[in-house]
Design a protein around this ligand. Structure first.
Ligand SMILES: Nc1ncnc2c1ncn2[C@@H]1O[C@H](COP(=O)(O)OP(=O)(O)OP(=O)(O)O)[C@@H](O)[C@H]1O
Length: 383
């Protein structure tokens, strides 16, 4: 009997190797980021002269290549250092995974070979262990450690600026911070700012033509030859350029369009599949967002959906009445509904508009849905 996997594997694919479209893949060449990578290298070159480099901060919107450029520079520095037999270490931490100072320092200790638990010790014990590791490497040349803190804004928001205080007060440590927000320094108090004299590098959004270059390079690695029709890459690039020049979104569009071609058993990826891919990505994004909302918030959305389908004008009073019906007695207070409305508006799922009813009759907030009814319905009823 033939194995079920043989049949599926035989179907053929437009992909040669899909891993090259994965977010985690680090290409050997990053088009249009030479200036930024050279910018990092100009500060880090100090390490090759056995001097601790200045701290560096890189800013840019999502998908502008900050992580990729930082990792690329790390690899290059390690290579250059190994040729010179210098003791330079670079350590990368994603602050969405390690959200407190304790966790970051513990992770650094672990990455440098010391078994430190993620809880149970005091902060002082972890920090002392970290400093010991750095000192114990101090024979011959000193060891320079470059710590890359990706999405540092999350860490600072969650746990304050203690991490920067500790790292800036540890000898031979240089920090590279990566942030999506230019104003992340509002989380840093002056006692820390005085020793955190960072150099800043900005990553601008990619333009459509730059995204074409990036996609062309990645598609050569990941797709079989002559499987993309001419309009596919320019379309992905144009759509992603509109979404604030986000290369990650451009790659997602390209990969999803390829997957749609495989699903349809087509030997070619067509422009139409890119449009389908856009809807599919949007659909998945909204579904993910809605399915992870707290249950009461989902009931509020269900009430908004019901009223929208009945073509009702949605005021907060009417919404609260419908919400009570939907949630069958298990309700939150009328006041709490306003917090929910604000949160849903921040997520971009709904919008509110204040209108005046005419003299003496006050002002009313009208709520409207900002996402497709069908997508919302699918998401709410799939929970
Ligand atoms: N110049 C480039 N050449 C090739 N691929 C790129 C380039 N810039 C970004 N990419 C790719 O786009 C994706 C997103 O890039 P990256 O993660 O570096 O963005 P980011 O700015 O760190 O985004 P975020 O702030 O969301 O973390 C990755 O898969 C990366 O390999």
């Amino acid at each position: 009997m033939t194995n079920i996997f043989d049949n599926l594997a035989d179907k053929g694919s437009v992909f040669k190797d899909k891993q090259y479209l994965d977010h985690r893949f680090l290409p050997d060449n990053l088009p249009h980021r030479k200036d930024q990578i050279t910018g990092i290298a100009k500060y880090w070159i100090e390490a090759l002269n056995n001097v601790t480099p200045s701290d560096v901060t890189i800013y840019g919107k999502t998908g502008t290549g900050k992580t990729a450029a930082a990792k690329f520079a790390m690899k290059q520095l390690e290579e250059a250092a190994s040729n010179k037999e210098l003791r330079i270490r670079t350590e990368y931490i994603r602050c969405t995974d390690y959200t407190t100072e304790y966790q970051v320092i513990a992770k650094l200790c672990q990455q440098m070979g010391r078994d430190v638990p993620y809880r149970g010790w005091t902060k002082a014990e972890v920090v002392n262990t970290f400093r010991d590791i750095l000192k114990s490497n101090l024979y011959g040349n000193k060891m320079i450690l470059i710590v890359v803190l990706d999405e540092i804004d999350i860490l600072l928001k969650n746990d304050g600026d203690g991490i920067l205080y500790t790292l800036t007060r540890t000898d031979n440590v240089s920090i590279l911070s990566i942030s999506n927000y230019v104003d992340f320094k509002k989380f840093i108090k002056s006692r820390v700012m005085s020793s955190f004299r960072d150099r800043e590098i900005v990553f601008p959004p990619y333009g459509a033509q730059q995204l074409v270059d990036i996609l062309e390079e990645r598609s050569r690695l990941s797709f079989n030859p002559e499987t993309l029709t001419n309009d596919v890459i320019p379309l992905c690039a144009a759509m992603a350029a509109k979404e604030e020049g986000d290369a990650r979104y451009a790659l997602d569009l390209l990969r999803t369009a390829g997957e749609i071609a495989d699903e349809k058993e087509s030997k070619l990826v067509h422009g139409d599949y890119v449009r389908e891919a856009k809807d599919k990505i949007e659909h998945n994004k909204i579904t993910d967002l809605i399915t992870t909302l707290p249950a009461q918030q989902q009931r509020v959305l269900e009430a908004i959906l019901n009223l929208t389908q009945e073509k009702e004008e949605i005021t907060s009073g009417k919404l609260y009445d419908t919400y009570k019906e939907v949630s069958k007695g298990d309700t939150v207070s009328y006041r709490r509904i306003f917090d929910f409305i604000n949160e849903l508006e921040m997520l971009g799922i709904i919008s509110t508009n204040t209108i005046s009813r005419g003299r003496g009759r006050g002002r009313t907030n009208i709520i409207s849905l900002q996402c497709d009814n069908d997508i919302l319905e699918d998401a709410l009823y799939s929970i």
